[in-house]
Ligand binder design. Structure first.
Ligand SMILES: Cc1cc2nc3c(=O)[nH]c(=O)nc-3n(C[C@H](O)[C@H](O)[C@H](O)COP(=O)(O)OP(=O)(O)OC[C@H]3O[C@@H](n4cnc5c(N)ncnc54)[C@H](O)[C@@H]3O)c2cc1C
Length: 512
């Protein structure tokens, strides 16, 4: 990195850039990077192509409803430990959000009558699972307890850049046992550990679903580090919904960014990363405006960064090798519904997962995800109404190349099919509709700026845990990536981790 600094210093003596850091995109990964750096005194500019911040954690208003674009099961809002990264990111710029505790992470509706809830209370969850699989009592406890071992290692240390030697040395001396614990789990996947303790095929399918519902791959391909985080933090910090909707997180981070002197521009679509001598020195917007900075951070996906913002002719070999290991996950078909409140049976939980046939778990429109945030925050819908946000994996190829009329018809057909399936848990749903809007992979591509609307990278084959996920620096000097196509992957708390790591790496590189 010293070579990079020398090169930038020599250019800057002639023409010093106005900014220390430009961040392309205001997803949670981009905003955490920006706020952390601005809080350390860096001059930061965030360029966002859309009208509001947040990306996949954004929102939209329709007829009295406030819908979350994507995420709504939020980790990272705990009050203790070190893994509560959303809480910490907000605190760093002197802002906060009221959160509402969700007592049940997910209510699963699975094949063969497997109906169970992941309670916030760990023991209550284990007992509910053991009731279905009494013969696996020991194995269940040993598997989930092992997840806690991973979490407990993570939850004592400050989570920063794993590619920064000074930090690694410091953290190793502070927490040698935790570090050794993590090194052991880094190359492992959750499926291998589950099969060490559990043999019941139905239960192993359940563990697959426990992973699939956030990693979009079964347990065999899900890194144990991520599984340890998710399967423990839901009982430790818990799942907490931000009052006012998920969009509040990004809004508050922007408020904090501006408080500490950072800037954000909306409707600012970056079309090009400007390079000089294989070094990123600035960006160009769709309107031709150019901005320069000492460091450039892309919060776009790696595919968008290296194939759209840079010439495809010189994709670095390291990226090509990464693309051989990871592929784009599917996007989603999303259905944003406003419904009459009385359609929800008493005691309904906020998050549901529905699957009728195990063989279809990973199929196009196989698993259905449901969020009803108004059960926690009734202000998001008109009185006596609820939001039901439901989504299911869907590939771009199902939606591309359709005429406008075919596209419309296919959307309507897919929506009514989803509603029909949801009638199993919400009888009378079709008759209770007050508002309906369908989003497809094309919508995700257009509004979130994500190639093929992808949810993020997934391993092409079984890989050694998280070892293959890239950190924040790239082969192009001065260019960093942040967000869900960097370590440790998808999810708001995960991209916040990536933001902490990216800002730390840059702060060290800039000597802040
Ligand atoms: C349907 C759905 C449900 C989900 N549910 C959950 C959940 O319950 N819990 C959870 O934790 N996670 C969930 N996620 C995942 C989570 O939302 C994402 O992993 C996370 O928000 C990604 O953040 P990011 O920082 O990588 O950037 P993104 O959210 O992708 O944001 C990138 C930003 O960059 C902007 N941008 C891109 N290119 C350019 C450009 N060229 N110029 C300027 N701006 C640009 C985009 O407009 C966008 O604002 C869900 C995602 C989806 C789609």
């Amino acid at each position: 990195m010293s070579g990079t600094l020398t090169a930038i210093a020599s250019k800057n003596t002639v023409n010093p850039p106005k900014y220390d850091v430009i961040v392309i995109g205001s997803g949670i990964g981009g905003l955490v990077t920006a706020t952390q750096l601005a809080a350390k005194g860096a001059k930061v500019l965030v360029l966002e192509k859309y009208l509001i911040p947040g990306g996949s954690a954004g929102y939209f208003d329709r007829e009295g409803y406030r819908f979350d674009v994507g995420a709504s099961m939020i980790f990272g809002f705990g009050t203790q430990g070190t893994t509560n990264l959303l809480t910490r990111a907000l605190e760093a710029v002197n802002v906060s959000i009221e959160t509402l505790e969700d007592p049940v992470q997910i209510h699963y509706h699975l094949p063969n009558g497997l109906e169970l809830k992941v309670h916030r209370d760990y023991e209550k969850f284990l007992q509910e699972l053991i009731k279905y699989f009494p013969q696996e009592k020991e194995g269940i406890r040993r598997f989930y307890d092992e997840c806690w071992r991973v979490f407990n290692c993570l939850n004592v240390m400050e989570l920063l850049s794993l590619e920064e030697l000074g930090y690694l040395t410091r953290v190793f001396f502070q927490h040698p046992l935790a570090c050794l614990g993590l090194v052991k789990y880094l190359p492992q996947n959750a499926g291998d550990i589950a099969r060490r303790y559990i043999s019941d095929p139905q239960l192993l399918k359940f563990i697959d679903m426990e992973c699939y519902c956030w990693s979009v791959v079964p347990a065999d391909k899900t890194p144990m580090i991520n599984a340890g985080m998710v399967f423990s933090d839901r009982h430790y910090g818990g799942i907490n919904y931000p009052k006012g909707g998920v969009g509040q997180i990004a809004q508050k981070l922007v408020e904090g960014l501006e408080k500490v002197g950072g800037e954000i521009q909306y409707k600012a679509r970056v079309t090009k990363i400007v390079k000089e001598n294989n070094q990123a020195i600035g960006v160009e917007l769709a309107n031709g405006q150019k901005y320069y900075a000492k460091r450039i951070v892309s919060n776009a996906t790696r595919w968008d960064t290296f194939e759209k913002l840079l010439p495809t002719s010189d994709i670095p070999n390291k990226e090509k090798r990464w693309q051989q290991r990871y592929q784009k996950s599917p996007s989603f078909l999303s259905l944003h519904l406003g419904v009459k409140a009385d359609v929800l049976p008493p005691g309904t939980d906020c998050h549901h997962i529905l699957l009728e046939n195990w063989d279809k778990m990973e199929d196009e429109q196989g698993t259905i995800f449901v969020s009803i945030p108004t059960l926690l925050d009734s202000d998001l819908a008109p009185p006596n109404h609820h939001i039901i946000h439901t989504f299911t994996p869907s590939w771009m190829e199902q939606w591309d190349k359709l005429s406008p009329q075919e596209y419309q018809e296919q959307k309507e057909e897919a929506a009514s099919h989803l509603i029909h399936r949801l009638e199993k848990i919400f009888p009378g749903l079709a008759d209770a509709l007050d508002y309906q809007e369908v989003g497809t992979p094309r919508t995700h591509r257009r509004f979130l700026g994500r190639d093929e609307g992808t949810y993020g990278p997934i391993p092409r084959r079984k890989l050694p845990g998280l070892l293959g996920m890239p950190f924040n620096s790239t082969s192009i000097k001065g260019l960093y990536c942040v967000g869900d196509s960097t370590f440790p992957g998808q999810g708001l708390n995960a991209v916040a981790f990536s933001g902490f790591a990216c800002s730390h790496r840059i702060a060290v590189d800039l000597g802040l």
